[in-house]
Design a protein around this ligand. Structure first.
Ligand code: ADP
Ligand code: ASP
Ligand code: MG
Length: 472
């Protein structure tokens, strides 16, 4: 056991922390620091910053027939990975450089296949997009080796991450945990640091899947659960979870403690800092997740654990927003009074696997409103139209959903009122309101153009820029 009392940590490094050779070297030094204290560390890495978006564009270009653009992008990406490998000490004829070259060649072939077929299935998109993480793992191994540690990089599948076949948003299968333990224990016993490509897994038949955007957080917690880690550490470019998106609210503060439930709500309502399902593997075992700033490693960051830490002065801990939302309003005076009709609306949406951000039904039962991501609006509309009857369906786009989150608001009066007053004072009109029955959040739909000003107003109204008051 180390000086800090930990014996096993899973450390996740995101895109910024893998941005170039210098960033990767710094990330490796953070892992090495714990290794030197006697902690066994498993490293999970994201793609180099920007690479995932670039791969998605390459896949789209190929599908549209623009293979020249796709190949140019692949070449640029190859140079970036080669440069990083070289700067991390790999010679041009080293195994690492050869592996990176071969991966780019396979990527080029996969992209060419999409171009020939002019078809991009979720399955081929996953194969292509997972190359970002597959390519960055050898770079982390190089950096660890350069600092004198032994490391072994593995794809998500090789590390034992087995998923369902829901390409683009795959979930781990129950057997994955035993498998990860089997695959990784040997390396750890031999003093070798496993470096796992995040974001990706594999189906039972060996097809590559991805876990949804931001999925490296999820990979890390899946591995944390499998290995009974003491903690999972997500290294970030911010001080952990902040009281609002720091790009929008300049005086946002770090939130020191959050419960699993609170962080899930925050992530679900748009806080990009964590994958919405990331804490789910940790909930049963109570393994804490810590989000830390790689530029300030001694700062404790945010601790995510089973119990919330409520301070009376701050019933709300953070405010977040989802942009690019559409509201869909279904009216039909007589029809909606019939419970089966409402049920069939939700049935139709569930069949096309769409996430509902907000739902509200008027008490006169003449109207049902739902909020969905604008990218899902078309599919939602066609699913609803299939329900038939004399329903009128209208869409309003350019909307945003703003949410306040905090378990301290449970049973506290006046929290919603404070939010509504802040919005009214900032001249922001509320289009729809909903409160989760868990009372962990209150969310409102507003005009998308007003989302930043609304976020700042609500942040100020709940005094989230002020230090928390210690609980007795
Ligand atoms: P990583 O690649 O390390 O996973 P991300 O870019 O996915 O990092 O997430 C971190 C970013 O999330 C921060 O740089 C910040 O801009 C953004 N962000 C949005 N909302 C929040 C929030 N409430 N707290 C912290 N960061 C947030
Ligand atoms: N690289 C992936 C993404 O950009 C996964 C991650 O960063 O966690 O979504
Ligand atoms: Mg992320």
């Amino acid at each position: 056991m180390s000086q800090t009392g930990h014996s096993l940590l899973v450390m996740k490094f995101g895109g910024t922390n893998m941005g170039d050779a210098a960033a990767i070297r710094h990330s490796a030094s953070l892992a090495a620091r714990s290794v030197d204290e006697g902690v066994k560390v498993i490293v999970v890495v994201s793609a180099m910053a920007g690479v995932t978006n670039q791969l998605l564009k390459i896949a789209d270009d190929a599908q549209k027939g623009d293979i020249a653009a796709a190949n140019d992008e692949i070449a640029a990406m190859r140079t970036r990975h080669f440069t990083a490998a070289q700067e991390l000490g790999a010679s041009p004829d080293s195994a690492a450089v050869r592996e990176i070259r071969e991966m780019h060649e396979t990527l080029r072939q996969a992209v060419y296949g999409v171009y020939l077929l002019r078809e991009l299935t979720p399955r081929s998109r996953d194969l292509i997009v997972a190359f970002g993480e597959r390519l960055s793992a050898p770079l982390m191994s190089l950096a660890l080796e350069q600092s004198g540690r032994r490391a072994k990089h593995l794809t998500g599948g090789e590390a034992g991450i087995l998923t369902d076949t829901n390409f683009g948003n795959a979930k781990p299968l129950p057997t994955t945990y035993e498998r990860i333990k089997d695959r990784l224990s040997g390396f750890m016993a031999a003093g070798v640091i496993p470096v796992v490509s995040g974001f990706m897994g594999e189906t039972e038949k060996g097809a590559i899947t991805t876990l949804g955007r931001g999925g490296t957080d999820f990979s890390a917690t899946i591995i944390g659960k499998a290995l009974h880690a003491d903690e999972v550490w997500g290294w970030k470019d911010v001080d952990g979870v902040m009281s609002a998106d720091p790009r929008v609210v300049a005086d946002a503060r770090n939130v020191d403690t959050l419960s699993y439930g609170e962080v899930m709500e925050l992530a679900y309502f748009g806080a990009k800092v964590l994958h919405p399902l990331a804490v789910t593997p940790l909930q049963d075992s109570g393994i804490p997740l810590r989000l830390k700033n790689s530029r300030d490693p001694d700062f404790p960051g945010t601790l995510v654990q089973a119990e919330p830490n409520n301070d009376q002065a701050h019933p709300v801990k953070a405010v977040t927003a989802i942009r690019n939302v559409s509201l869909i309003n279904v009216t039909g005076a007589g029809a909606l009074g019939v419970p089966q009709v409402v049920a069939s609306l939700f049935d139709a949406i569930a069949r096309v696997n769409i996430t509902l951000l907000m739902v509200s039904q008027s008490s006169s039962m003449s109207n049902v409103s739902i909020a969905v991501q604008s990218g899902d609006a078309e599919r939602t509309l066609s699913a609803l139209r299939e329900v038939g009857g004399d329903l009128r369906i209208e869409e309003q786009d350019g909307v945003a959903v703003l949410a306040i989150v905090g378990s301290g608001m449970r049973g506290q009066k006046g929290v919603s009122a404070r939010m509504f007053t802040a919005l009214a004072d900032a001249d922001v009109n509320i289009l729809m309101i909903s409160q989760g029955s868990s009372e962990l959040n209150v969310s409102v739909a507003i005009n998308g153009a007003e989302v930043d000003q609304a976020t700042r107003a609500v942040h100020a109204a709940f005094r989230l820029n002020e230090a928390p008051v210690a609980a007795d």
